[in-house]
Design a binder for this molecule. Structure first.
Ligand SMILES: [Zn+2]
Ligand SMILES: [Zn+2]
Length: 363
């Protein structure tokens, strides 16, 4: 099968014929239909998290189950699925505590990549998924069935960007109705924090970004105020909130905002949520005295602290009820052959989500 292989950081992906091993016990072979470009793909491809090459990245995908390995229950060939990087055992202390994204179990797929080049040399399965390829072999816990009501390109967004932004508000922050909120960085992830805050009944939702295009998008997704990021951000947010500051600040990984900058926006008792994971080596500083005396909190949120079996069906229901916007998140569509153009578009910060589709499988 064809895969877009990363052999060198900061270089275009190369189309290669690679071998994908048949699904072994507790694994499933999925034919990929659509894969969105996520900021995390760019961080990996550009070397921001290191790691071994060659590898195939791509982790925000949808497709059709083609073959199931032994011992798989609950899936059958032909099932339409969302494909995620969240591989979980359901039994370790993290899974039991509801933190499936931090599962500590050991999986055979983690020890031996299902991908090899024609000479038999292993190719890494980036982010446990590797869906910049025509097919992928994953653990059943990484899949959620979606039925027939969601197009593949829209469904792919549920695998990462949507659950990350939405889950930060609903699962991590457990934001109550009536809260004042700022979202720093309103691209393909942050805009989902904006719409989650709106759905959950936030009072003021202040979108902060350097891009007028992204600020305009945030308003479509429910932001009540827009502020261009800059030195007077703290003053501007305080002016909007009558001097008090906001109850929640959601900072996306792409926003490059330091914690000290976002704590300045917080009201007493307020919470800063780190939505997503910046490149290695990014450090922040804050004044612990101020944090403690104002009873403020900083929360990390990996993949929206999602349980995909619960959250993805719920998001599909909200989408079908026209409460959750997904179609409008797709601002660029590319054929698989043009994946490097899709990556460059995302790298330039253009649009919300750029989606790659395979053959005629977008619908
Ligand atoms: Zn992602
Ligand atoms: Zn686990």
């Amino acid at each position: 099968m064809k895969a877009a292989v990363c052999r060198e950081f900061r270089a275009p992906l190369r189309f290669e014929d690679v071998a994908l091993s048949a699904p072994e016990a507790n694994s499933i072979l999925v034919r990929v239909a659509a894969c969105a470009i996520c900021h995390s793909d760019l961080i990996y491809i550009d070397g921001g998290w290191g790691g071994e090459l060659p590898a195939v990245f791509g982790h925000e995908a949808s497709g059709i189950v083609e073959r199931i390995g032994p011992e798989v229950i609950g899936f059958a060939p032909g099932d339409r699925v969302v494909i995620t990087m969240l591989r979980s055992c359901g039994e370790c202390p993290c899974c039991v505590a509801g933190l499936r994204g931090s599962c500590e179990a050991d999986f055979p797929l983690a020890r031996r990549s299902p991908l090899t080049d024609p000479a038999g040399t292993p190719i890494g399965q980036g982010m446990k998924t590797a869906t910049f390829a025509e097919r992928a072999v994953v653990h059943p816990s990484q899949l959620v069935k979606i039925g027939d009501s969601v197009p593949f390109d829209v469904a792919s967004l549920l695998a990462c960007g949507v659950i990350t932004g939405y889950g930060a508000v609903v699962n991590t922050a457990r934001m109550p109705p009536g809260a004042d909120v700022a979202v720093i960085g309103t691209g393909g992830v942050g805009v989902n924090s904006v719409q989650a805050a709106a759905i959950e009944g936030a009072r003021r939702i202040i979108a902060v970004d350097v891009s007028d295009e992204k600020l305009a998008a945030a308003e479509q997704f429910g932001a009540t105020h827009r502020v261009r990021a800059g030195e007077t951000l703290g003053q501007t947010v305080r002016a909007i909130t009558g001097g008090r500051g906001v109850d929640y600040v959601f900072v996306t990984a792409g926003a490059k905002a330091a914690i000290d900058g976002c704590l300045e926006l917080l009201a007493p008792g307020g919470t800063a949520v780190l939505v997503g994971i910046p490149a290695s080596g990014v450090l922040s500083s804050y004044d612990p005295g101020t944090l403690a005396s104002a009873s403020q909190r900083i929360l990390g949120s990996k993949m929206g602290a999602s349980d995909i079996r619960v959250d993805i069906p719920r998001l599909i229901e909200l989408y079908r009820a026209k409460t959750l916007k997904l179609d409008d998140l797709i601002t660029g569509s590319f054929a698989f052959e043009d994946i490097n153009a899709a990556l460059d578009t995302a790298r330039r910060g253009q649009g919300l989500r750029n989606v790659v589709t395979f053959g005629d499988r977008a619908a």
